[in-house]
Design a protein around this ligand. Structure first.
Ligand SMILES: *Cc1c(COP(=O)(O)O)cnc(C)c1O
Length: 229
């Protein structure tokens, strides 16, 4: 088992390196977030021991249980799931990053609930890059207003954008949607200082995301194997 996780991590790092080489990017400019949702704390510990520092979770209660079993490990925790208003306190108190901020109400709550003794919560605006109304994420034309609200908060730090496009098979189609996202990111960067993170790309499409300019890929399956749920 430990061998497998180690090999998977090496393989993902190789994929990131060659994707960067293909588009002349410095691999240092792409960070790897290990998406540990549904995986036991023991597997997080294993990957952490191999040098993986940041982990992503999409359910608050599941994450809190894992954190309790991993208090001795210096892990940077990212919340990447849909944010329910009644879970913002736990997110503000226990996570380092919230990647899925998509509405004004959450901005106010997270800012108020972020404890004063912690560093500001690092936040990404989740944008719906697909034009499917039912999907999570704000509309592209709502980014600016949300960004202005976030930068007005003392306990939040705006770092950029996150998106979860619908899966596409062909590289060119993946590249097209990530390209649209990159354009939104560039626009945000021009108007808001400190914006440096484009969270895009998962196990199946990280090469296209990197080609389009992603600075953070969120990988679950390729590190841990297939999920049961
Ligand atoms: C599950 C999940 C991932 C990882 O997906 P894989 O295909 O397993 O790599 C990335 N981002 C978010 C928001 C997720 O929920």
């Amino acid at each position: 088992m430990s061998q497998t996780v180690e090999q998977h991590l090496a393989a993902v790092r190789d994929r990131i390196r060659s994707a960067c080489a293909n588009c002349d990017r410095d691999p240092e400019g792409v960070s790897l977030l290990a998406v540990s949702k549904t995986r036991p704390a023991a597997q997080v510990r294993q990957l952490h021991a191999l040098g993986q520092k940041s982990f992503g979770e999409n359910h608050v209660d599941e994450a809190l249980e894992k954190m309790a079993a991993l208090t001795d490990a210096a892990i940077e925790w990212h919340f990447i799931g849909p944010i329910q208003s009644n879970k913002t306190r736990a997110i503000a108190e226990r996570f380092d990053w919230a990647q899925s901020l998509d509405r004004a109400k959450l901005v106010r709550r997270l800012d108020r609930q972020r404890p004063a003794n912690l560093a500001p919560l690092q936040v990404l605006i989740q944008v719906n890059a697909d034009d499917e109304p039912q999907k999570a994420g704000c509309a592209p034309d709502e980014i600016d207003e949300l960004a202005d609200r976030i930068v007005a908060c003392r306990r939040l730090r705006l770092r950029g954008l996150m998106a979860i496009p619908a899966p596409r098979e062909r590289f060119d189609d993946q590249l097209a949607v990530f390209g649209r996202l990159r354009a939104l990111f560039d626009r945000l960067r021009r108007t808001h200082s400190g914006v440096d993170t484009l969270s895009a790309g998962m196990s199946n499409d990280l090469e296209a995301a990197i080609a389009a300019g992603s600075t953070l890929v969120r990988v679950g399956t390729a590190l841990f194997g297939p999920r049961r749920r």
